[in-house]
Design a protein around this ligand. Structure first.
Ligand code: GLP
Length: 246
């Protein structure tokens, strides 16, 4: 079962998870190893990325030995598109820390061959020894990454169709639900479950119901976040509002 950690607010949660990341990077670099971090987009990890930038700027935390893999990308949006997840990551983290661009990985939503792109993504994760810590948000549909309802626990990185609720929820960035891309490339549930450690971030009353389902329902594909119950080292970092139904 996931551990529940309640924080005073999202800033305190961000500080706790950023500290965990800093310690992980420190420990692995002591033994000459790189750290492989899985990253998420959306509003939930924004304070975490701000805190990582602060740790870099004020406390000298270096990311030169970190390899990053993002969960997902919209189909049809390239790095220059203001709503692509590549753009989001450049703006909210990558531009402000010390890293070679070659250490960041996000599925290519402009690829001409999605199945080859997704297989190559899986291969790249394997070739660096797997993900040490995966950051996750959770969608109202129970999605993790873009693994929407009906996603099996074994599914791998692949081309998916987005749920209508997800497109409504993400419309804020695009102006209207109709402007939100209908498809995405996402790491699979099976890919996510192979990360050695998982930290899911959820804040606010709007997440209370889905957090409750993720925690209380038996693992099932209709609420993909329930698959996290099968992971041996997963923590849900919540504020009081997101935890209120538990
Ligand atoms: C998007 C992302 C997910 C993220 C979700 C929640 O759909 N693909 O990875 O978890 O949004 O977003 P937010 O954190 O803004 O609630």
């Amino acid at each position: 079962m996931p551990l529940i950690r309640q924080h005073a607010d999202k800033t305190s949660a961000a500080k706790a998870v950023a500290q965990e990341i800093a310690e992980l990077i420190g420990l692995r670099s002591l033994s000459g190893k790189k750290t492989v971090l899985g990253l998420a987009t959306g509003s939930s990890p924004l304070a975490l990325y701000a805190e990582l930038i602060r740790l870099h700027r004020d406390e000298g935390l270096s990311f030169k030995d970190v390899i990053f893999f993002n969960l997902d990308e919209y189909v049809g949006l390239g790095a220059d598109h203001p709503h692509s997840y590549r753009h989001f990551m450049e703006q909210n983290l990558f531009h402000s820390i010390d890293l070679p661009k070659s250490s960041t990985h996000i599925p290519d939503g402009l690829s001409k061959d999605f199945s080859a792109e997704c297989q190559a993504y899986e291969d790249r994760i394997k070739s660096v020894g797997g993900i040490d810590l995966q950051i996750l948000g959770i969608g109202r549909t129970g999605h993790i990454g873009f693994n929407e309802p009906t996603s099996a626990e074994t599914c791998r990185t692949r081309h998916v169709t987005l749920n209508a609720i997800t497109r409504v929820d993400n419309a804020g960035f695009f102006g209207s639900p109709e402007s939100v891309p209908k498809e995405a490339l996402t790491m699979g549930v099976g890919t996510i479950l192979e990360a050695r450690k998982i930290a899911l971030l959820a804040f606010g009353a709007g997440k209370a119901e889905i957090v409750l389902r993720a925690f209380r329902e038996k693992p099932n594909g209709h609420c993909p976040a329930t698959w996290l119950q099968l992971h041996p080292d997963c923590t849900f970092h919540l504020d009081a509002a997101a935890r209120s139904s538990l």
